[in-house]
Every structure is written in C-alpha cells, then in structure tokens.
Design a protein around this ligand. Structure first.
Ligand code: BGC
Length: 754
C-alpha cells in the first residue's frame, strides 16, 4: 500500500503539471518502457550522493531508494523457508507486529528430497506470494551450498550434496519467486560450506572442483533461473573475502556468466573500503549498524559503501563508472520488483500455501527401510493382538514427536501461524482406531523461543535421563506399535546457523534408547527428523525407518500422511547417509575445519578431496554407506526396462537420447525417481565413478508404464580442464547408468565418443 501510494503520488503530480498522465510520464516511471531505458533515465537524474545511497543499508533489512524521484527503498527478508517476522529498524529483535505470522514451508533439504521440479516451482510461487503480500522485494534465499561435510550446521537450508540436483531444483524455485515480482537472492556465493569460523576461513579450492561441484547450481541460478540477486558469503576464497572477491564477482559471476542483477553482502560480510568499492559488491547490508561490530544505532553512514565510498569517489580512488554500474543494478532490481511492469499483491497464509507446504513436506519424506510395518494398518494390528474390543495402542517415543521446530536455527527462524506437531497429527489420523500415547524418552532441547519468537510449548522436564528411558521402555512393553520420533533439532551444534555439528551420531543417548526399545518391542518404527545425515547403528534391529525433515507448518500432517499411507512415500535422499563420520572424504584438520597460520588474520582450509564429496567419494572408494544418495523406498514397486541409446557411438559434440521405460509393478499408485548417472571409463584425470546427469520423477498408477527419455549433452560427459579453463570431452567409452539410487543402477549402456 505504502509503495503504491508513492508511485501514484509521482504519477499524479506529473499528471497535474503535464496533462495526460501516460504519455508524459518520465521514462523511468513508465512501466511499459524497456527496463534498460528506465534504468538509464533514472540514473541520468541522480546525484552521486543518491547513487551511493543505493549501495548500502538504511536499516537491518532495507536499503535506500531515491525518495526525491519517488523510487522506493528495497525491503529484504529471510528466507528461505518463509517470510521472517518484522524486526525493529536497527535490531534483530522482533518488532512485535501481530500480522506477520507466515506459512512455514519445509526446509530446503526437504524440498531437495522431493526430487520434484514442479514442487520446487510451487514452493517458489507460494513463498514469493507471501513475500509480495508482506511488501518484500528481495527474498534472501534459496541457499544452494553443497553438502561437503555432514557437519555443516546449515545443511538443512541447502539442497543436498549434488550440483546437478541442486541446479535442477533451484531454477524453478527462482522462477516461481520472481514471477511474483520478488527477487530471489541466491546464497551464499561461494564455497561457504561450514559454520565453524564462517567469517574467518579462507577456502582454498582448485578451479576444477569449483566448476564441477561448487559453481553449477549458482551458474544455473543465474543463467537458467535468471536470478535477480546473489548474496556473497562470509568466508574468503583465495585470500579475499567473498562479498568483495574480484575474481568471484567481477570475473566469474558478472563476466563469464553475464549476471546483470545485484550482489548483496551477507549481513556484515563486507570488510574493506577499497575492495567493497571496486570488486563487484552492489549493496552492503549489515549485522550491526557499522559492519561486524556492535553499535548503538543509525551508523549506516559508516558502512564501507557509505561515507568512505563517497570520499573515495570524490578523491578519485573509486571510479564513477563503477558507481554507475552498482546503481544500475540496484535500479534494475527496483524496476523488476516493486516498480515492475506487473502489479503484484501476493497472498499470505492462504489455505493453498498451507496445502503446498504439506504436499512438499510429505513428498520429501524418505522411506529408508520397511519390513512391512508401514503403512500402519491399525485394523490389522488390532486383529492380531486383541481379542476384545479395546483399541490398539500406538506409542510414540521421542522429543521430536512433540517439539515444535519452526522456531530456531538462525536467520531461517520463523513465526508461523500454526505448526502441527507429529503427536497431534498422528492422534488425528488414528482417531477412534487406536490410542496414541507419548513418552518423551530423552531431553534434547528445552528452548521454546528464538529471537523473541515463542512457540508457547512447555518443554521443562523433571524426570532424570534414566527415568525417562525406563518410562519409555516400560510403555513400549505394553504397546502394540512403537514409533520412535527423534533426531536432531535446531539448537547449537545441531541443525543450526552459526555452529557446526560435532559428529553424526544421534545426540542425547538416542541410539541406546532405540536399542532398548527394539529389544523390548520388535514392532519398532524409527522416524528420524533432521536436516543433515545421522548414523543409524541400530538400522538392522528395527522394523522400519523413515527420514523426515523440518517440514514447516504442516510437519506433523505430512509425517502422518506417510505413516498411514495417505501419501505413498517417494522422497529420495539428497545426500549420503554414511555409517560413520570417519568414512567420509574429510580426513584432516586442514580440510576441515581449517588450520591457524601464524601471521594470517584468517584460518586456512584446503579442499584436498577435490571433486570427491558425497556419493562421488563413497562410490569411487567403494566404501559402504548406511543409505546412499538418491535412495528411498515406496509402498509400491517399480521396474525399469527397454533402455536404449539413440546412438551407441557419437562424434564429440553431438547429443544422445537415452530411453527407458518405468512401470509400477505393485498395487498402489506411487512415484519413482528414475536417475541417470554417467561414468567415464577412462579419463586423463581422476573422475568419480558416477555422476548424476538426469532424473525424472514419475507418478504411476498400479500397472501403468511410461517411456522416459533423457537428452545427454557433451557437457554432461565432460570434466573441467582447469588449465584450458574449459570443459573437456575426451573420446572413449562412457557407461550410462540408470536406476533408482546412486548404488542401484541395474542398467548399463555403453556409449562411445569418437
Ligand atoms: C545469514 C544469511 C541471512 C542474513 C540475514 C546472515 O547471518 O548468513 O543467510 O540471510 O544473515 O538474516
């Protein structure tokens, strides 16, 4: 409303002085004119001071517009799972609004586990509409840093360990958001793969690894998604902070990839006057009002891109043309969003948004093991175990059956209109059919508030750890079915911004508890709710395992949908579930979390494992994992057949079509994700034994079959040749592997490149 008024006022003023409003509008206000013409027109009317104002924050989550010209400020918001509640002008603290409780969407790792491009588009559209309604111009997300180590505290905010999967899913998300007139700000560029010392770690990564692993999703975001904004990351690369890293921003992002949008610093990630002015940063945002340090208030003028920048421009240390470039990018962003050609009003907490949230959450839940225990058939259970009319008992054990999880975790913390917990949803689902009871079993995180957002739950506990365990085991002895619902949460050293995890072992003695429950009641189902991989040493002893995520507002319903079979699970792991942390590619401190070097203001970290992260490492090294990347079961079965290549031998440079038929051979409708990996039989560099280069998710009725085709391009077969700074396709044999996980690829087609 505020913004519409500003534009209208300018239009009315102009109409009043100049007659017909349309024909006499200044070009920059005329939304029918081409974007670049509007930008140049606005730029030509601005003073140097006004241009500089565009390049830095004016409050915690907004940056300047040009008030004199009726060009509105830019409002930024986290991101990436919902629209952040309003904070005070200069503070992280909540502003105490009562109309800013949003729809909480599932964590991005949950979206990645759907392997579903359409759902990613739905996610983008829905969150974009929420942003628009709340008058936000820039959504700080999605996050697409790669899962290099399972310990990264922000794994839950990212899209897994594979560049192709993340690239495929980030594109529709961005388009969905931007179609609402909201800029997606893709973060955190680049190689920001840990929270430990995130603001003082220099990532040493070679070019091949960057181009093959850490860049593809960002490049796709820019070139295919058309992202309007990119956030620089806190860390350094090659000794320069990434928010003003010349090679990353100027040469690669804006040069090679042709990015025409705005580069925004992570909050407080800008460190240097000269580099900020010259190396491709467009808007400096801050954690505190004078950069990284705390300050009272309103010191935005002290920002690197505020008064210090003005001084540099005045005495010639910074160039006018660089300022114009920054200003152009900011204006472009404003003319694409709040002053864009389309009128957007958005919508907020609509039934459609909650339905989208539930659907995405459920479709990403991964069934890891099933000895027939799922879907839960209570009629069957009561026939087997009761000879009277009493209802069977379903016992839920574990804190995550009860704990609300939308609140917490760092900048993705949300205030949502409601959050359905698993206990309530499972009770609702089995109403009149089973008694659903809960035992906590262990105490994890009793915190129920974050940044002044409160859940209203009481998680205090007076029982000792031994007592909690004994109570759970005693209840399990009597129960007909036991569902353990535990995992991680969003507290420190779990799935949480600012700290990394310390191991992948489940915390709070959950492994021992699960073992004890399995011993007393063999009918045990384990639901692990987490945003990152956990070890499952008890996997052989339980009846079924479900990997669920932070599912947002509809979390409990989504889980109940899968447990009851209302939704047939079709999620696939977006990362490897290793057996132990030590099995992974990170072996030394210099790899992670980095080493201190005398005389340097930052820690050095070396990506010695190169391109071998996630399944690329495990499969190449032949190291057994608990559950592989791409893995997930269904309540039905699928079969692949009729695989063929359009040509068995091709000249380098031509495309190949791969055909395969997938059939639902079971008796329930369901979806399968058919995955295509490429293996280069012999290469002049060491390559992973398989790399994902295609996938399709198909919903099929029982007995239904569908023929799929994939197009493989030369790029899909190539590796990045750092010396030539180009992709290289070497002639020879390639195996085209097709199946339904990185470790189950029954189809092997030989392709010869001449
Ligand atoms: C985070 C960003 C976030 C920003 C604003 C930073 O600490 O790294 O992801 O968007 O804060 O909240």
């Amino acid at each position: 409303m505020k913004r519409a008024t500003i534009i209208l006022t300018s239009a009315v003023l102009i109409a009043a002085c100049c007659g017909s409003p349309k024909s006499n509008l200044p070009v920059y206000l005329d939304t029918t004119k081409p974007l670049e013409e509007r930008v140049e027109d606005a730029l030509s009317r601005m003073t140097m001071e006004e241009k500089v104002a565009l390049t830095h924050a004016q409050s915690k989550f907004s940056s300047h517009g040009v008030p004199r010209l009726g060009i509105p400020e830019l409002w930024h918001t986290d991101g990436p799972h919902g629209i952040r509640p309003e904070v005070l002008w200069d503070e992280w603290n909540q502003a105490g609004w009562t109309n800013d409780s949003c729809t909480a969407f599932p964590a991005l790792v949950n979206l990645a586990a759907t392997w579903d491009r359409e759902l990613s588009a739905l996610y983008g559209k829905s969150i974009g509409e929420e942003a628009r309604y709340r008058e936000k111009d820039i959504l700080l997300g999605p996050g697409i840093n790669m899962g290099r180590t399972p310990l990264n505290g922000r794994t839950f905010e990212y899209m897994g360990e594979d560049p192709y999967l993340a690239a495929q899913l980030v594109v529709p998300y961005i388009k969905g958001v931007q179609e609402q007139g909201v800029a997606a700000c893709v973060k955190h560029f680049a190689v920001n793969n840990q929270e430990t010392r995130r603001t003082k770690t220099n990532s040493n990564v070679d070019d091949r690894t960057l181009y093959e692993i850490y860049f593809p999703a960002f490049k796709a975001a820019v070139q295919e998604g058309g992202a309007w904004a990119i956030m620089g990351s806190y860390n350094l690369w090659n000794g320069q902070y990434n928010c003003h890293n010349k090679r990353l921003l100027q040469e690669i992002l804006k040069g090679e990839w042709g990015f025409d949008g705005v580069v925004i610093s992570d909050w407080g990630g800008c460190r240097d006057d000269d580099e900020a002015a010259n190396n491709g940063l467009d808007i400096e945002m801050g954690t505190w009002t004078n950069g990284l340090q705390g300050a009272a208030s309103n010191t935005y003028d002290m920002y690197h891109l505020a008064n210090p920048y003005l001084e540099r421009l005045r005495d010639g240390r910074a160039k006018q043309e660089d300022l114009d470039d920054k200003a152009r990018r900011v204006l472009r962003t404003i003319f694409r969003t709040s002053m864009g050609p389309e009128t957007h009003y958005g919508s907020f907490t609509s039934p459609e948004h909650f339905a989208a949230s539930r659907k995405i959450a459920a479709e990403g839940i991964v069934l890891l093991k099933n000895n027939g225990a799922l879907p839960l058939n209570v009629d069957e259970i009561s026939r087997q175990v009761r000879n009277d009319n009493s209802l069977p008992t379903i016992l839920l054990v574990g804190e995550n059956a009860y704990k609300m999880m939308v609140v917490g975790g760092g900048s993705s913390n949300l205030k949502t209109k409601y959050e359905i917990i698993p206990l309530d949803a499972i009770r609702e689902a089995f109403e009149g059919k089973a008694d659903v009871v809960w035992e906590r079993g262990y105490v994890g995180d009793t915190r129920t508030d974050y940044n002044m957002v409160v859940t209203g739950q009481d998680l205090s506990e007076s029982r000792s750890a031994d007592q909690l365990k004994a109570d759970a085991v005693a209840a399990a002895k009597e129960a007909d079915v036991v569902i353990f619902i535990g995992g991680l949460n969003k507290s420190k050293h779990q799935d949480n911004e600012g700290t990394d995890r310390e191991d992948i072992i489940l915390p709070y003695g959950q492994d021992e508890l699960i073992e004890a429950l399995a011993e007393i009641n063999p009918n045990l189902i384990v639901v692990n709710i987490s945003g990152s991989p956990v070890a499952m040493p008890w996997a052989d002893k339980v009846n079924a395992i479900v990997q669920a995520w932070y599912g947002g507002s509809e979390n409990g319903h989504a889980l109940a949908d899968v447990l009851t079979g209302a939704v047939n699970p079709s999620g696939k792991l977006p990362f490897t579930m290793p057996k132990a942390l030590a099995d992974g590619p990170i072996k030394t401190e210099r790899q992670y979390p980095g080493i201190e070097v005398e005389g340097l203001p930052y820690w050095e970290e070396y990506y010695d494992e190169g391109v071998f992260i996630g399944y690329r490492w495990y499969s190449t090294q032949n190291i057994p994992v608990q559950y592989p990347f791409g893995y997930g079961l269904s309540y039905t079965t699928f079969e692949l057949s009729g695989a063929s290549l359009s040509k068995g031998a091709v000249k380098a440079g031509s495309n190949v079509t791969v055909n395969v038929t997938v059939k639902n051979t079971g008796d329930k409708a369901g979806a399968e994700v058919v995955q295509l990996y490429v293996n280069d039989a012999e290469a002049s560099v060491e390559r992973p034994v398989r790399e994902l280069k295609g996938f399709q998710k198909v919903y099929l009725q029982p007995g239904e079959a569908r023929k799929l085709s994939f197009t493989l391009t030369p790029a899909d077969l190539s590796f990045f040749d750092a010396e030539a700074h180009d992709w290289k396709l070497e002639p020879g044999d390639f195996h085209i592997l097709i199946g339904n996980s990185s470790e189950n690829l029954p189809i092997d087609l030989l392709l010869t490149v001449k």
